[in-house]
Design a binder for this molecule. Sequence first.
Ligand code: BG6
Length: 474
Amino acid sequence: MEQKPATMVILGATGDLTRRLLFPAIYRLYAQREWTPAHIIGYAVEAWSREQFCDHIEGNLKTFVKEFQPHVWQKLREQIDYQPGDLTAGKLAALKSKIAGPALFYLGLPPQLFSQAAGGLGQAGLNQESAGWRRLVVEKPFGWDLASARELGKGLHQWWREDQIFRIDHFLGKDTAQNILVFRFINRLLESVWNGAHIAQVQITFAETLGLEGRWQYYDRAGALRDMLQNHLLQLFALVAMEPPSEWDAEDLHNHKAEVLRAVRQIPDDQVLQFAAAGQYGKGQVGSQPVPGYQQEEGISAHSTTETFAAVKLYVDNWRWHGVPFYLRSGKRLAADYAEIAVQLKPVPPKLFGHGLADWLVFRMKPEEAIDLMMWAKKPGLELDTESIVLSAPYKRTGGNEYSAYEQLLLEVLKGDQSIFPRLDEVEEAWRVVDPILKAWSQQPPEDYAAGSEGPAGQDRILEAGQRWRHLGS
Ligand code: BG6
């Protein structure tokens, strides 16, 4: 049966996420004719009129969409509605008469309201699928630790089935993340070396020059470990380390990701120092720009011990990865905007060409997307000298439209395909991995690093003998 077009309800529609990320993505999908919504309903406590809401969105689209076209917006604007209200079932019930068919409910709300919103929608009967599917989209963070993630999971499951819940980890909507799987599982060459017999280490780095960007209220509670490692970087890790699924199917992908996350060795409470390093930026210079230290940022206390840099070493206790360290790190106000997933192969026996000639396979995410294979070859000339060479495949859409991860994510929600949305057990396993670190870090302040540097010196402490962090911008 042909489904009716879907209605999208955004709860928390006057907030930052909606104006900066969600509406620009909706606009681009609409402009590129990828999606024509039945109706988009903004829902929030502000007693705004429909006109006020539309004007607010329009102002922001002009800022956040490069190719803003007034005539496209005028048509989209006709499909937009606004409903003021709080998260009680009584108020949410006002949405019922506005939704005729399938609908997705996007929680663009502060995380402490997720459960309440999911419950309110459920109590109002908006989760009922008699007129078409109903889906709930939740942004991170899914909890603040394992216990609260479980609690939140239970809260949502009281009213929504797991197959109705789409947890956004926007990194999984990025092309490079998807390409890790495609590249791994489409090229025969890789599988034979993709294991501890041939791989020496994996480094997953996400470095930013940005500071807080006005998000201090959230960030000072979260810190780098919760903000980046527990979700984005552990998801990238799972894509690199999971077993090949037999089918390209959401359940299969989730099962394999959950399995490898479950195989991550628990860090003993008394060994966190050997496995994890925290840092906080002090004042410094990013490019030629002097910048204040974290504790001098607007809203942040001069005694804040929130980490703005986190590095973690993980081992995977399974046959494939036995003995291979996976290093994950991310930080704010670092030397470069640089992100990559770098896989180092073990060196060949040294007898022929000397020590240390190991290859790297690097999935670059920032500043450009590319896959680089760094190998060794004979240097042209009469001597038998070697030199490093790079086989590089830039990964770019030529002449394509502007797009962000959110377009991909929204389209997948509309399709009902959960492949790129973490399942609850993946989220819980990721919390299990970081929980001992959170506990230890709550007892000791992070180490200082200068803004604009490569991060705290203490990150070297967690490396295995003979291994070094790759340079930011390698
Ligand atoms: C977000 C984090 O999830 O990801 C931010 O909360 C971070 O702190 C951002 O800056 C990075 O993602 P992107 O897509 O903006 O590079």
